[in-house]
Design a protein around this ligand. Sequence first.
Ligand code: BES
Ligand code: MN
Ligand code: MN
Length: 459
Amino acid sequence: MPEFDVYLEDRRQQFEEDLCELLRIPSVSADRRYAADVRRAAEWVANQLAALGLHVETIETERHPIVYAESPPVPGAPVALVYGHFDVQPPDPLDEWISPPFEPTRREGNLYARGATDDKGQMLTHLKSVQAWIETQGKLPLQVKFVIEGEEEVGSRSLYTFLDEHHDRLACDTVVISDTSMFGPDQPAITYGLRGIAYFELRLTGPKQDLHSGTFGGAVANPANALAKLLAGLVNERGQIQVPGFYDDVLPLTDQERRQFAELQKRVGDADFMRQIGVEGLKGEEGYTSLEQRWARPTCDINGLWSGYQGEGAKTVLPAKAGAKFSFRLVPNQDPKKITASLQAFLKERCPPGIKMELISFHGAPGVVVPLESPYVSAAARAIEQGFGRAPVFIREGGSIPVVSTFHEKLGVDTLLLGWGQNDDNTHSPNEKFCLADYHKGIKASAHLWQELSVVSRQ
Ligand code: BES
Ligand code: MN
Ligand code: MN
C-alpha cells in the first residue's frame, strides 16, 4: 500500500502536533480538580473522530464521559472495536520531571509528557490510521468502532455500566487495544496475557488519640506496629502469599510456556533488567524466573503506607491510627472476590486486641490469557511486521486492563493487545515518554491492521 507510506510520511509533523495538543490537557481522572480537563480530553477525542466523518457520541456518566464512535458497516467484513483511554495518572512527584508533565517536550527521539504512552499516544495511532484510510481511500475496509474512556486509571466503573447498557451496539468480531508494551526497542510484541488485580486499603485504629509512647507504650497495641506485622505476614520469606487458599485456583505454567519465557529471558538478562530499574539484587517468588514472576505469577505489593510522625527530628508518639494501600496482582482463574473474603478473615484473625480494623476493597479484575490460535492474531502479526519491519514475539505482561475480561464476558470476543510502548517509558512515574518512531510505526501497523482484518473470514 504505497499511498499510505507517502501519506504517513507527509503527515508525521501533523500527527505529532495533534498528540501534543491532547497531551497538554491534564486529564487526571483520580483528582476531582481535573474533572473539567478530563471532559476537555473527551471533547478533543470526539472532535477528532467527528472530523473523520464517523458517527460520534459523547456519553455522560456518573463521573467522566465516554466517547463512542463508529464508521459505516462494511457487509461481509469483520467488525473491530478499538478501546483506549484518554485519562492519565496524577503527575506527582512534580519536582522529578525534567520538563513539566503537561508541556510535551521532545528529547532524543522521545516525546515526554504524562499520558504520552499510557494511553494517549498509543490510542491515537488508531485514530490516525483511520484518518489515513479515509483521506487516501475514501473509506475503511471494515467497520471500526471506538470506545475511548476517561476512567481507566481509576477502575473503569462507568464503562461497565455503558457495556451493560449498550452491548448490542458494541457487537464486534475482535477488540483492539494498544495500551501495553513491546518486548524491547525494535522488537514488537503481541501480548496474550495480562494479570488481574485486587486492590485494598487497610485502616487500623487504636487509642482515641495519639499517646505518649513512654507513658503508655508497652501496654497498648500500637496501630503502626500492628500494621507492620499484619502486612509483613502477607508474604513469607520464599515470596509466597500466606492468605489461605490464595493459590488454589492458580493455573500452573505449562512446560511449553516456561520454555518460551526462558527463550525470551535470554534476550533480556536479569543484569540488564536490574540496571534499568536501578537495583542491585532481585527478590521474588522462589522457583520462578523474573519474567515468570512478572508475567504469570501472582504478587502482593504495598502501594502506600502511613502512620505516626513524619516531620523533622524525633517525636515519641504512639499513633492512634495507621493505614496502608496494597494490592495483589492476580493470574488467570484466580477470583478477586474469593481472595477478598479470604483476606478479610486472615487479617481479622491476626489483628491484635485493642485495634479496630477496616478493610476497604477497591477495584478487582481477573487476569486474562487470550488464545493465539486465531486468524485475527495472525492478521495482527502480519500488520505489525509491515508497520515495524519485524515480526512480533508473543509475550505476557504483568499490568492489568480490567475491561479485557469484561469484553470477553459481555461481547464474547477476544482482544488483540498490540502495544507500542516500552517497559522503560516511565508509565505512572515522572518523565513518562513515548518513542516517536514507534508512534509512527504504530500508525502504519494499525493502517495495515484494518486491511489484514478486513480479509479474515468471520468466525
Ligand atoms: N496501560 C496500563 C496497563 C498495563 C501496564 C498493561 C503495564 C501492561 C503493562 C493501564 O493503564 C493501567 O495502568 N492499568 C492499571 C489497572 C488498575 C487501575 C485497575 C494497572 O495495571 O495498575
Ligand atoms: Mn493504560
Ligand atoms: Mn495506566
